[in-house]
Design a protein around this ligand. Structure first.
Ligand SMILES: *[C@@H]1O[C@H](CO)[C@@H](O)[C@H](O)[C@H]1NC(C)=O
Ligand SMILES: *[C@@H]1O[C@H](CO)[C@@H](O)[C@H](O)[C@H]1NC(C)=O
Length: 443
C-alpha cells in the first residue's frame, strides 16, 4: 500500500514535470521560431538563427543591440576537428541540392540571362552569386559579354565551391545583333544594353527567361519570381515592374517624348519573358497596321523613335507595350526595388509589407556613397565566404552596417531591406535541419 502510494506520487511528479517541460517548450517556440533542436554533432555554441527583428526605424538601435547580445561568440572553425567538420557540413547547407533537383529535367531549369560589358564583371558575379546562394532549382545562366571578359567569367565561376557550382550551368555568348547595324545598337544607351532585345531570337531553344541587369541582387530564391510565369494569362508574354509608383514624380510621365506603358512606364531591369510566346506573337505598332513579329519590329521601331529615346532598350520596350498592353504582366515593386522607392519617402507598399525580394541598385549606388543601404547589401553578398554560416557571416554584419545608415533616406526603413533576406535565410536553415538533422534524430 505504502509502496503503491509512493509509486503513484512519483508518477504524478513525473507527469507534472513532463507537462511543465512541454509548456515551456511551447512558450519558447511561440516567443521565437529559432530554437530548433541541435544535433549532438553540431559545433559547440553555434547560434540558432535569431529572429533579430527590426520592428521599425525608431526602435532600430535597441533591436540590433539586443540581437547582438543574444548572439553567442562565433565558433572558430579550427576549435576542433569534429566541430570544424560539422560546421562545414552545416555551412554548406544553402548550396546542397536534394537528389530530386539533381535529376530535374533541363526543361524545368530556371533560365537567367544577363548582359555584361565594360566594368560590370564584379557586379555581374555578385548578382549570380545571390542567385546561387538562395535558389533551390537548377539554373542555366546565359551570360552575354565582350570577348575580353569571357575568360575572367570562366575563371571566377569555376572557383566557386562544388556545392554551389552543381546548382547551375552557364554559357557565355558574344554580343551579337541579328538585324540592323551592330555599331548603332551598341551606342543605344549603354554599350550592349540593346542585346537584351534580341534574346528571343538568339535563345531559340529556351522557352522562358528571366533577364536582369548586372546591378540586380536576389534577396530570396529565384524560384519565387520564376513562378510568376505561370500566372500569365493567355495574352501575356513578358513581365516587368512599374518605373515609378507615383506618376507625378516619375520620369516618363514628366519627360518622355515617346509613348510609354501605363501611367509611369515600366522598368526593364528585371524582366520575365516567355520567349516561346514572344517568338510567335504579332505585335501591334505605329508602323504597319497588320502587326509585326518581334524580330521584324525592332529595327523599324528603333529607326522611328531613335531621336526621342533616352534610356535605350527600356524606352523601346515601353513603346512596344504601349501598343500591346494586353501582353504585359506587371509585377509589384518589391521585385525590382530601386533607390527611387526610398529616396522620395517610402513609396513601395509591397516592400513595406513583405520586404524587398529583388534589389536593383541602379545609377551606380553599389559603388558610391549616395545610398549606403544598397551598398551595404551589395558588399555583404560580395564578401560572404561561400562556406560560412549565412547568419553569422552575412546577416549579422549586414545589420551592423545598416545601423550606420539610419540617417540616410533609404536607411530609415531598414526592415524593408532585411525582412525578406532574413526569411530566406531562416527557410534555408530550417530546410537543412529537416534534411540533415531530422533523419538522424529519428534513428
Ligand atoms: C510559355 O508559353 C508557351 C506557349 O503558350 C507555353 O506552352 C509554356 O508553358 C509557357 N512557359 C511557361 C514557363 O509558362
Ligand atoms: C491579360 O491581362 C492583361 C493585363 O491585365 C489584360 O490587359 C488582358 O486583356 C488579359 N488577357 C486576357 C485574355 O484576359
Amino acid at each position: 500500500m505504502k509502496l503503491r502510494n509512493k509509486a503513484a506520487a512519483l508518477l504524478l511528479l513525473a507527469l507534472a514535470a513532463l507537462l511543465l517541460a512541454g509548456l515551456s517548450l511551447r512558450a519558447r517556440r511561440a516567443a521565437s521560431p529559432a530554437p530548433l533542436a541541435r544535433p549532438a554533432s553540431a559545433p559547440p555554441r553555434r547560434p540558432a538563427p535569431g529572429p533579430a527583428r527590426l520592428p521599425g526605424p525608431g526602435a532600430l538601435p535597441g533591436a540590433v543591440q539586443s540581437a547582438r547580445r543574444r548572439r553567442p561568440p562565433r565558433p572558430r572553425p579550427r576549435d576542433s576537428r569534429r566541430g570544424a567538420a560539422s560546421l562545414k557540413k552545416l555551412a554548406r547547407r544553402p548550396g546542397e541540392l536534394g537528389s530530386f533537383q539533381a535529376v530535374l529535367p533541363p526543361e524545368l531549369w530556371i533560365h537567367l540571362a544577363v548582359v555584361a560589358c565594360g566594368n560590370r564583371l564584379e557586379e555581374t558575379l555578385v548578382m549570380l552569386k545571390s542567385a546561387v546562394l538562395f535558389s533551390h532549382r537548377k539554373m542555366q545562366f546565359h551570360i552575354f559579354t565582350e570577348e575580353s571578359l569571357k575568360s575572367e567569367f570562366d575563371k571566377q565561376l569555376r572557383q566557386w565551391p562544388d556545392s554551389y557550382t552543381k546548382k547551375f550551368e552557364y554559357r557565355i555568348y558574344p554580343i551579337t545583333f541579328s538585324v540592323g547595324n551592330p555599331q548603332e545598337w551598341k551606342k543605344l544607351f549603354k554599350p550592349c544594353a540593346a542585346q537584351r532585345l534580341f534574346l528571343p531570337v538568339i535563345l531559340k531553344d529556351v522557352d522562358s527567361l528571366l533577364y536582369v541587369d548586372t546591378d540586380v541582387l536576389f534577396l530570396r530564391p529565384v524560384d519565387d519570381i520564376w513562378k510568376l510565369l505561370r500566372q500569365f494569362n493567355s495574352t501575356q508574354l513578358a513581365a516587368m515592374a512599374p518605373e515609378h509608383e507615383i506618376p507625378k514624380i516619375g520620369w516618363y510621365s514628366r519627360f518622355a517624348r515617346h509613348p510609354f506603358y501605363g501611367s509611369a512606364g515600366v522598368n526593364s531591369g528585371v524582366m520575365l519573358m516567355n520567349l516561346t510566346r514572344i517568338r510567335s506573337a504579332q505585335f501591334k505598332n505605329s508602323m504597319i497596321p497588320t502587326g509585326l513579329a518581334w524580330e521584324d519590329m525592332l529595327y523599324p521601331l528603333y529607326q522611328k523613335y531613335k531621336n526621342a529615346i533616352t534610356w535605350g532598350d527600356q524606352d523601346l520596350l515601353n513603346i512596344i507595350f504601349y501598343f500591346n498592353p494586353e501582353c504585359l504582366y506587371v509585377f509589384p515593386c518589391q521585385w525590382n526595388y530601386r533607390p527611387d522607392h526610398c529616396m522620395y519617402g517610402s513609396n513601395c507598399r509591397a516592400a513595406e509589407r513583405e520586404g524587398v525580394s529583388v534589389l536593383h541598385g541602379n545609377r551606380g549606388v553599389y559603388h558610391d556613397e549616395k545610398q549606403p543601404t544598397f551598398k551595404a547589401l551589395y558588399e555583404a553578398i560580395r564578401d560572404f565566404p561561400f562556406q560560412d554560416n549565412l547568419f553569422q557571416s552575412m546577416y549579422y554584419p549586414l545589420q551592423l552596417k545598416f545601423l550606420e545608415t539610419v540617417h540616410t533616406l533609404c536607411g530609415r526603413i531598414p526592415q524593408v531591406f532585411l525582412k525578406q533576406i532574413e526569411k530566406t535565410m531562416k527557410r534555408a536553415y530550417e530546410k537543412h535541419v529537416i534534411i540533415h538533422v531530422g533523419p538522424n534524430q529519428r534513428r
